[in-house]
Design a protein around this ligand. Structure first.
Ligand code: SF4
Ligand code: SF4
Length: 179
């Protein structure tokens, strides 16, 4: 018996349907946490401040370069003298005192990360910040450091310039010791 062309088309269609029904889903179900897709390490979420675990303080010195370069002017920062430097517990003479980013205005461009010379800011994996209030996405220093340290722990973050930017005090040079 010769199979008719419409019947072949029907069988082909049925096979495609069965194959699609049995394959693993390629989409994720939002907002179910356990069904989300894993983010790659290089994913760029909102900016966050990094924490120097060796001396237990932020990497950020409050130099304001990122604040000046931010195209949407959504950042503000203030520095202070670092009390740990006085006690020879940190190399950082200045340290961040207050920092705020209005994430509602951040366009995730990454310029703040590119211009920072202190390994102090990174694009974290944070992306989920919908709020009911217009200004509720203003995040302060502690929130930025929380976002940063969970990002650091998640990807095993290391500073790009550890020698330059570590806060661990350097031993005095031989010439300084003898003088
Ligand atoms: S994040 Fe970097 S560029 Fe911005 S204030 Fe801190 S040290 Fe300066
Ligand atoms: S990612 Fe861009 S817009 Fe967002 S805070 Fe940094 S410089 Fe500003």
């Amino acid at each position: 018996m010769k199979i008719q062309a419409p019947m072949i088309g029907f069988i082909n269609g049925l096979l495609v349907t069965i194959k699609t029904t049995l394959r693993r889903p390629v989409t994720a179900e939002y907002p179910s946490v356990e069904k989300r897709l894993a983010l790659s390490d290089r994913y760029m979420g909102f900016p966050a401040l990094t924490w120097d675990y060796d001396v237990k303080e932020p990497y950020c010195t409050g130099c304001m370069v990122c604040v000046r370069e931010c195209p949407t002017q959504c950042m503000s920062a203030q520095m202070k003298d670092n009390p740990k430097h006085e006690e020879n517990l940190s190399r950082r003479r200045k340290i961040i005192d207050s920092f705020e980013i209005n994430l509602g205005r951040c366009i995730l461009c990454g310029i703040c990360v590119d211009v920072c010379n202190f390994d102090a800011i990174e694009m974290s994996h944070e992306y989920e910040l919908s709020k009911y209030q217009r200004n509720a996405n203003r995040v302060n220093l502690n929130q930025l450091l929380d976002m940063g340290s969970s990002f650091q722990n998640k990807i095993g973050w290391k500073p790009k310039q550890p020698q330059k930017n570590s806060g661990v005090p350097q031993p005095p040079k031989a010439s300084e010791e003898s003088s």
